[in-house]
Write a protein that binds this ligand. Structure first.
Ligand SMILES: *Cc1c(COP(=O)(O)O)cnc(C)c1O
Length: 390
């Protein structure tokens, strides 16, 4: 008789985005005239830059002739992309192409990376945070230590005093939009080196960094190659959430982990689409980067509209500067889902309830700057009206 993994029953909360969709769809069905503005889901909305589209068109053409056809590619990614990533950034840190592993997304990489470890590690996870870290460790049955990120500390966790073997850090953060400065990240690297811990650094929002004192890569910190794995994605930078391409950096100075991840990907992964990888390569060229930056600047201007309004309404925002997310305190002590329903029903805007990102997210809300400028402005006008009328 087969036996299921009982850890699944420990996944308490409903899947966040599914519940948002359910409530929104139900409301839309009952109120077909409502013009709903979505400021909730963290997904890009702008068309891909033409330079990237052209590169992918050329890649598609290669499939029309047997001489240029591509079957399975290398499990760890094509050399042209691994090398482009190194040339663009990682060569500065002495990191080479065989330390870059291409994949179809870091959500799966971050979750799968846990396979390299035994089950007796103490795992540290900041809270609130992107739910995948928590869920993948629950499924594995690991001991989790939550590192609360609270208003009084600017939503930055304290460096723990007790032992944590593996810690997940995401900066600029989803959902709080907060970024760590170089000094703050250096304190984590110091902790990890002293305790022989491993930092799993999620840099999904690196392309949104605009402040000089915020490091783009954890390897800008001395010693990080001996204690950190970095996850980067073309999803939020080049707009590849639907195209799919990302990479994980596993320095050889981490010892066995580089060879283990290589082995794991060889066994369990069959490679990322050639077309996606050609698109990703184009996004790293000067012209590709310029066009991507235009899109990100557009989102960051939306973020400013949202942040300014939320500030004016006294909701104490964080984020929106090095991040597409604005995190804000819900007025009058209302809980996150009650505020979600209120926004949906009274203002026809969809937001993300903070409690969906962890217990410490209760009482907060995440606004997303992905979307059209007009919608950001209109959504904020409606939010102002709703809160001022009350
Ligand atoms: C969107 C997001 C990801 C997912 O990236 P993919 O490469 O599309 O799988 C990972 N981490 C965070 C924090 C994200 O917000």
């Amino acid at each position: 008789m087969y036996k299921t993994n009982l850890n699944f029953s420990n996944l308490q909360h409903r899947y966040l985005f599914g519940e948002i969709v359910n409530r929104t769809t139900r409301y839309a069905r009952e109120h077909p005239q409502a013009k709903i503005i979505k400021m909730g889901i963290g997904d890009v909305t702008k068309p891909l830059p033409p330079f990237i589209i052209e590169a992918m068109h050329r890649a598609v053409e290669e499939y029309t002739r047997s001489e240029t056809f591509h079957g399975y590619g290398p499990e760890v990614g094509y050399d042209f992309l691994r090398q482009a990533i190194v040339d663009d950034e990682y060569c500065k840190f002495g990191i080479g192409a065989d330390e870059i592993f291409i994949s179809d997304g870091i959500n799966s990489d971050i979750c799968n990376f846990g396979e390299l470890f035994s089950n007796d590690n103490v795992v540290g996870i900041t809270d609130p945070v992107y739910p995948a870290y928590f869920d993948s460790n629950i499924i594995k049955g690991n001991e989790i230590r939550l590192l609360p990120c609270k208003e009084e500390n600017g939503f930055k966790e304290e460096i723990p005093t007790e032992r944590i073997d593996i810690v997940y850090l995401c900066y600029p953060n989803n959902p709080t939009g907060v970024a760590l400065t170089r000094d703050e990240l250096a304190r984590w690297v110091d902790y990890a080196l002293r305790n022989k811990s491993l930092i799993l650094f999620d840099g999904a929002y690196e392309a949104f960094i605009r402040e000089d004192n915020v490091p783009h890569s954890i390897y800008e910190i001395e010693g990080a190659k001996r204690c950190a794995v970095e996850f980067r994605s073309f999803s939020k930078s080049a707009g590849f959430t639907g195209i799919r391409c990302a990479y994980t950096v596993v320095p050889k100075e981490l010892g066995d982990l580089n060879a283990m991840w290589n082995r794991r990907q060889n066994s369990k992964y069959n490679g990322t689409s050639y077309i996606s990888q050609r698109g990703a390569q184009a996004s790293l060229t000067p012209e590709g980067k310029r066009q991507i930056r235009e899109n990100i600047d557009y989102y960051l201007e939306n973020a400013k509209v949202i942040r300014d309004t939320v500030e004016r309404l006294g909701m104490k925002p964080t984020g929106g500067i090095n991040s597409p997310y604005i995190w804000a305190k819900i007025p009058d002590g209302m809980d996150s889902w009650a505020f979600f329903d209120l926004c949906l029903e009274k203002a026809n805007i969809v937001i993300t309830p903070g409690s969906g990102f962890g217990v410490n997210g209760e009482g907060y809300v995440r606004f997303s700057a992905f979307g059209e400028r007009d919608n950001a402005i209109e959504g904020m006008n409606r939010l102002s009206d709703m809160l001022c009328k009350k």
